[in-house]
Structures are given as structure tokens and as C-alpha cells.
Design a protein around this ligand. Structure first.
Ligand SMILES: [Fe+2]
Length: 244
């Protein structure tokens, strides 16, 4: 499978002055393009040829892992930025407050981790199997999927991410990053959505689960087994739609 270059959800100049067009031209247009090209050159004729990016990241090592993970990580990074950030959605603020004390305390801890990572790498907000949020740092091309963690937000702290705009001042880059985070997208990745049965209007609320059909409170809809059926009308999961 040929892995495509991901598209940007904004114009190259849209993130200025926090992130210049020149930075996007090099970081997205050259660095990321090179990782994508290298990956596509490395995998033909190997067991990785037919795998998804996530499968490669979980199984490969060496250059295949490095180029696959750098492709995934950069895609995730660029797609979490926006020229028009909104406030942190209430549900996300509640989760950050639950696990870090407050939204500001989370941002402070994340900033500290991003400043403290020695050399090149990535700092992540992740969710574990119990849906608890935490901050992890991965050196070089590291990706938390390899530790069974779900990425929620990431900052690239390789020098190539900030050298054009901020030279050696990583702290200034991190400060600018906070002006570009797409909190709606971050929330989508960790706030559990309610789902509605399109046949009978039954609503699955992950907060309460569906104990009468064996689904414990706190279970996201996505983690319910595929053979589960609507407690009211008996239709399968594919009859459900996410609610806004
Ligand atoms: Fe990068």
C-alpha cells in the first residue's frame, strides 16, 4: 500500500505569526514529505507492504518504524493545529481537571515535559485503558501506540519544528503552540460520545453504560463488542449514530 502525504486542514500561511509559512513549507513540505517517501520506498516486498500505518508502528523497528512513526506523528501534530482555536470544551476541561487538577495545571505540566525532553522527540497527552489521561515523552520517532496508549495531543520538539521561527528558543515555540491547539479536535479524541439508535431512539450513554446488557458504566461505544444489540429494538451497533 502506498501511504499518501496527508493534507493540511489550513493554508500554509494561516498559522502565522505563531508558525510561519516558511516553517510549514519546510516542516510539512520537506521533512514530512521525506518520511512519507522513505516509508514508501522501504516497504515494497516486505511484510509491512499491506499493513496500515498503525500496524507498522506496532510491529516494525529500525528505519521502517522510524519513517512510519514520523509520518503518523507529524500527521497527528499538523492536524491538531488550527488558525482559529476555540476555548477548551467543558467536557475536556472536566477530564483535564480530574487528572491534572486544572486545565492550567495540565498546560504547565505539558510545557515542562516539552521543555525537559532532551534532544529530539515528542511530548504527548495520552489516554490509557482506564481512560485516565497522562503526559508521556518519547524520544526520536517514538509513539505511545507501542505502549498501548491512545494519543490525544502532541507537540513536536525536534529542532526542525522551531528553528526557522524561534532558533534555539524551544520555550518560545511551546508558548506559540498553545495559540494554535485545536481543542475541539483534542476533545473529540477523549470525550466519550453518546450514540443514538436510528431505529428506536434508544440512547447509549457511556457514562452509565448499559448494565442490563452487560456493558459497564464508563465503556466507550467504540469498545462495545460487535455482537451487542440495542436493548430496546435488538438492532446491531451499525444502526447507531454518534450524537453531537
Ligand atoms: Fe517534525
Amino acid at each position: 500500500m502506498n501511504h499518501p502525504m496527508p493534507s493540511l486542514p489550513y493554508a500554509a500561511e494561516a498559522l502565522a505569526p505563531h508558525m510561519s509559512k516558511e516553517t510549514i513549507d519546510f516542516h510539512y513540505g520537506k521533512h514530512l514529505q521525506t518520511y512519507v517517501d522513505n516509508l514508501n520506498k522501504l516497504i515494497p516486498g516486505t511484510p509491512y507492504e499491506k499493513m496500515s500505518l498503525e500496524q507498522i508502528i506496532r510491529k516494525a523497528d529500525g528505519p521502517v518504524f522510524n519513517n512510519a512513526a514520523q509520518t503518523w506523528n507529524h500527521t497527528f501534530f499538523f492536524q491538531t493545529l488550527t488558525p482559529q482555536p476555540t476555548a477548551v470544551p467543558e467536557k475536556l476541561a472536566e477530564l483535564l481537571t480530574r487528572d491534572f487538577g486544572s486545565v492550567d495545571a495540565f498546560k504547565e505540566a505539558f510545557t515542562k515535559a516539552a521543555l525537559g525532553l532532551f534532544g529530539s522527540g515528542w511530548v504527548w497527552l495520552v489516554s490509557d485503558k482506564q481512560h485516565k489521561l497522562s503526559i508521556v515523552s518519547t524520544p526520536n520517532a517514538g509513539n505511545p501506540l507501542t505502549q498501548g496508549l491512545k494519543p490525544i495531543l502532541v507537540i513536536d520538539v525536534w529542532e526542525h519544528a522551531y528553528y526557522i521561527d524561534y532558533r534555539n528558543r524551544r520555550a518560545a515555540f511551546i508558548e506559540a503552540f498553545w495559540n494554535l491547539v485545536d481543542w475541539e479536535k483534542v476533545a473529540e479524541r477523549c470525550v466519550m460520545k453518546r450514540y443514538e439508535c436510528t431505529a428506536c431512539d434508544y440512547i447509549y450513554d457511556p457514562e452509565t453504560g448499559s448494565p442490563e446488557t452487560g456493558i459497564a458504566p464508563g465503556t466507550p461505544f467504540e469498545e462495545i463488542p460487535d455482537d451487542w444489540t440495542c436493548p430496546i429494538c435488538g438492532l446491531y451497533k451499525d444502526a447507531f449514530r454518534p450524537m453531537e
